[in-house]
Design a protein around this ligand. Structure first.
Ligand code: GLC
Ligand code: GLC
Length: 649
């Protein structure tokens, strides 16, 4: 067909919407229900349409899929509870809610922390005592019994693992948490399903419709042509990224474990089906969805199949769907990739929140080297993000630590990045002479020399060593390291995220070595059970747990008093001392200077630096609640000491 007038994008949008609208509207149960939906639709349909057309516009049945996706959105809207819709409105009126100085997150395993969902609800008083406003429940849906990658192989997004409870328990928990001001964060494991998911079962039966939900190849040459440019994520487990299925006589794409089948987002039916699961989780009460392994969702031959532009388009399209049918929902990016790529997932129209793997890796780097140059230079480039988004700043999580800094910055500082990563791995697995750390190697790849590190915070900072050697001085330094790192994630800007168990200084659990389903995955060393007796340790005067927990509580109490530590700007500084990290926070006319000594020897910064970078007034340390004097023109920091300094006249 030849058109005499080229239609504009706006024209296409309007024409398409006009055609889709009647079919939707006739399903409305009341004019009010439709009106609210229509408002969101009008606002976000152009964006959704543009994205979906860029991904799927050349498919013969594009319009059909578009229609399906809108019907999915409308059905979910109809099913969304009045309470959640009310909350959507409140969030629209206060879009900055997640950037407050009161925000504090934690992640925990339901089974390891409480047993099941009902028992977890009884831990709410503990969460309150800790000051949590955000709780990430590790994957809790139905998954293969033997090995499920810690729940990251989902067999049914709508059924809770029977050992943990029911969907009704989950909804009850979400409501109970909400009442106490704690938002619920769930994983959206959307790059793959387990090989026991109903879709995978159908594919195993040879159903073409469902074979196309995944990447299933009969031809090894096709596999090879992709593999030439792919990285191996779990090299200890299996060579390559595909799994041969004898029962199907096909290769299936499995980026992670062989039982985690990558979904095929080239198929718009997959997008629609997963949009339905996403909205289902939102309606179950999830306030934030953690977009698991999001860098991998689009594959393109000849590329690394990571961080492709289409992956961003898929996530943005999910964002538009959510804006239409669950507008209060936020997305959190789990991109543990090169810092330049991490930031590309962050935006109001993509993921409003993102893990900050660069800060995480740099904190550990600075503890090992006692130097802050790489951290300072890396963060100067990569800490700034859009004002209406936030970092999720963490020290440890359920996964390994990967050294994802920018090689170019390392070279500029005269650091050979490969050698340096090897040093860090040796340091944190305790092989480096004098190291305080007791980590475990994860996914060592003899071919590339790559390796990552697993371990609980306590074991990695020297607590395990100190307690084993019964050396009070080593224990003391370890506790200082724990508080130092937290004093930074509590003040640098963003949502701080604790990893449950770390707030008590818990150590590695080596029992996974005895479990055949876990033995090959050393990340289990940092997935420890927390029982009541362990929690009670926080009340035992002088115990490690009490010292860590009490120290964190003090930091958090101070933090909540100063809005400048919530939403506001951050400026990373060079302090003139390679052992002292520094930054200022600013908001309106409030300002704060944070200084942190990353060495176990006393350090100082010059008065001139402070006067030049920050203030001419007297300095008051909010943490100790006292003025800090200069001594001979210098400000002294004790080993691992942190100041949150305010200028006072
Ligand atoms: C994410 C999870 C990790 C899991 C992987 C595959 O990286 O954090 O635990 O193994 O995705 O789902
Ligand atoms: C994801 C993360 C990576 C992690 C892996 C498993 O790929 O991006 O950092 O190592 O999952 O832990």
């Amino acid at each position: 067909m030849t058109l005499s007038v080229a239609p504009s994008f706006e024209y296409d949008v309007q024409r398409t919407l006009n055609r889709l609208q009647p079919g939707l509207q006739q399903r409305a149960k009341s004019p009010a229900e439709w009106q609210a939906f229509e408002q969101n639709l009008t606002l976000h349909f152009p964006r959704l349409f543009g994205l979906l057309r860029s991904l799927y516009g050349d498919q013969y049945d594009f319009f059909y899929h578009l229609e399906q996706i809108l019907h999915t959105a409308f059905s979910s809207w109809q099913a969304r509870s009045a309470a959640l819709k009310k909350q959507d409105k409140q969030r629209a009126a206060n879009p900055d809610w997640f950037r407050s100085e009161n925000m504090l997150g934690a992640a925990c395993y339901v089974d390891l922390f409480a047993g099941d969902l009902k028992a977890l609800q009884e831990k709410i008083p503990y969460f309150k005592e800790l000051g949590l406003t955000y709780l990430h429940l590790m994957p809790l849906f139905k998954a293969p019994a033997e090995n499920s990658d810690g729940g990251y192989a989902v067999s049914d997004y709508r059924q809770v693992d029977p050992a943990l409870g029911t969907m009704a328990d989950l909804k009850k928990l979400a409501t109970a948490l909400r009442k106490e001001g704690i938002v619920m964060v769930l994983d959206f494991v959307f790059n793959h399903t387990s090989d026991e998911h109903a879709w995978a079962e159908q594919a195993k039966q040879g159903d073409t419709e469902y074979l196309n939900y995944y990447f299933c190849f009969e031809d090894r040459a096709e596999v090879d042509s992709y593999e030439r440019t792919l990285r191996e994520i779990f090299p200890e487990i299996r060579k390559g990224c595909f799994t041969w299925r004898e029962d199907m006589q096909r290769w299936v794409w499995t980026t992670f474990n062989s039982f985690q089948w990558d979904l095929n987002y080239r198929n718009p039916a997959v997008f629609n089906a997963m949009a339905g699961e996403l909205l289902y989780l939102a309606n179950a009460g999830a306030d934030i969805l953690r977009f698991d392994a999001l860098a991998f969702v689009w594959k393109e031959k000849g590329t690394s199949c990571e961080n492709l532009p289409q992956a961003h388009a898929v996530i943005q399209a999910f964002n538009a769907v959510a804006a239409i049918a669950a507008p209060g929902l936020l997305f959190k990016s789990e991109a543990i990739v090169h810092p330049d790529e991490v930031v590309k997932y962050i935006g109001r129209d993509e993921c409003q929140l993102s893990y900050n793997p660069l800060l995480m890796a740099m904190l550990w780097n600075s503890l090992a080297t006692r130097k802050v140059r790489l951290m300072t230079h890396s963060l100067q480039q990569r800490f700034p993000i859009a004002d209406d988004c936030a970092w999720v700043n963490y020290i440890r999580c359920h996964d390994d630590i990967g050294w994802t800094f920018d090689d170019a910055i390392a070279w500029q500082l005269g650091i050979n990045p490969d050698h340096h990563r090897q040093f860090l791995n040796r340091y944190y697995t305790g092989q480096f002479e004098g190291s305080f750390a007791r980590g475990v190697p994860f996914q060592e790849n003899p071919q590339t020399g790559d390796c990552r590190v697993a371990g609980m915070l306590g074991s990695l900072v020297g607590l395990e060593k100190g307690l084993e050697e019964d050396n009070a001085a080593v224990v003391d330094m370890a506790i200082r390291r724990i508080l130092l790192m937290h004093a930074i994630i509590f003040s640098i800007g963003g949502v701080p995220l604790l990893y449950m168990g770390d707030e008590l200084g818990l150590l590695n659990d080596y029992s996974y070595e005895q479990d055949p389903a876990k033995r090959n995955d050393s990340r289990w060393v940092n997935r420890v059970a927390v029982d009541e007796a362990t929690l009670a340790q926080r009340n035992v005067q002088g115990s490690v747990a009490e010292r860590v927990f009490g120290g964190l509580q003090h930091l958090l109490k101070v933090r909540r008093q100063w809005p400048v530590l919530g939403a506001g700007g951050t400026h990373i500084l060079e302090t003139g001392n390679i052992h002292v990290f520094g930054f200022t926070r600013f908001r309106d006319d409030e300002q704060l200077l944070v200084l942190a000594n990353f060495s176990e020897t006393p350090q100082s910064v010059s008065q001139d630096f402070i006067r030049g970078a920050y203030s001419h007034a007297d300095l008051f340390d909010l943490l100790q609640g006292e003025a800090v004097p200069f001594a001979e023109g210098r400000l002294l920091l004790a080993p691992y000491e942190v100041f949150w300094l305010q200028a006072r006249s």
